[in-house]
Design a protein. Structure first.
Length: 233
């Protein structure tokens, strides 16, 4: 199996995402967060999203980054910040070692469609085991960008009913050859709709869900109205 390149439709979604994210900073727009919140960044890469989110809300952030080179970059960038904790392993549906093709932001345990990258053995930790051993409270937001492993993580959370321990999800789904990625994505989305509202969706780019009990959430229309108000003020 391998990561598939963007289709024309997904490229269009990527352009729309870039436009709205640059205008209203959707990727870190979660107003229910504050300095008391706990956030998971699953697939931290170089840590920029976590740093931006911390700068915005002051939340505690757990970053999970299994690639050694990326982990060291994050540690160097955040070592003075006691509220950002970095783990040199990935979250998955089981405890296991995997070979990963190290290809910058497209590093994946699946064969990469564009080739290239060296292969490294990484540690993967069962997401439910990690939560059982390390948490005594819910997680206010989880960002998942793991180049195809999101399906295994979400399936594990849903089957164990641990998705209910997360107040919000920001997920990038990926297209994987040899996998019914469309079916898995739709199944995940269908399940989340029972307890969460989908406040924005750019399929296979970024999609966000916030628990129905949380009333302070961001939509594109709300953010654009705020920006226009500031511009006209």
């Amino acid at each position: 199996m391998k990561l598939l390149s963007y289709t024309k439709e997904v490229k269009t979604q990527a352009k729309l995402w870039m436009y709205f994210d640059q205008m209203v900073h959707l990727a870190t727009a979660y107003p229910h967060l504050d300095e008391r919140s706990l956030v998971f960044d699953v697939g931290g890469y170089k840590g920029q999203w976590a740093i931006d989110l911390y700068s915005r809300y002051g939340s505690t952030v757990y970053i999970f980054e299994p690639v050694p080179e990326s982990y060291e970059i994050i540690k160097t960038r955040t070592f003075r910040n006691k509220k950002i904790k970095v783990f040199n392993f990935g979250l998955y549906d089981k405890n296991i070692q995997k070979n990963i093709t190290n290809n910058k932001e497209s590093s994946t345990i699946f064969f990469n469609s564009d080739g290239g990258g060296n292969v490294t053995t990484i540690e993967m930790v069962d997401v439910v085991d990690f939560m059982d051993k390390n948490l005594t409270r819910p997680v206010d937001l989880v960002k998942i960008n793991v180049e195809g492993c999101e399906y295994q993580i979400m399936n594990r959370l849903i089957k164990s009913e641990y998705e209910k321990h997360f107040d919000a999800f920001l997920i990038q789904f990926h297209r994987i050859s040899g996998m019914l990625h469309g079916k898995f994505r739709k199944r995940t989305v269908r399940h989340l709709r029972d307890e969460y509202h989908n406040n924005f969706s750019f399929p296979y780019i970024w999609e966000s869900w916030v628990k129905n009990s949380i009333k302070d959430y961001v939509t594109i229309d709300r953010q654009l109205s705020l920006v226009r108000g500031l511009e006209n003020g």
